[in-house]
Design a protein around this ligand. Sequence first.
Ligand SMILES: [Zn+2]
Length: 79
Amino acid sequence: MVIAVVTKRFIAGAVCPKCGAMDRVVMFVEGDKQFRECVSCGFIDEMRISHVGRELDTRVNRTPQERALDVRPVKLPDN
Ligand SMILES: [Zn+2]
């Protein structure tokens, strides 16, 4: 399997949904897809990418209040 050079970045505070390890989850973009991968157990998951690429950098460490101030369309469970 050939993988292009990708930059993997740890997601601060992220918890692996599989093994529960914290700060072991990296995210990387390959083509137009974004993945998260747990370096502890090998769990890998494709994440949906919206048109807002900038969200990738901010989604982890922003509070809901800060998000609410953002005028960009953000998918929120609206019930
Ligand atoms: Zn894991």
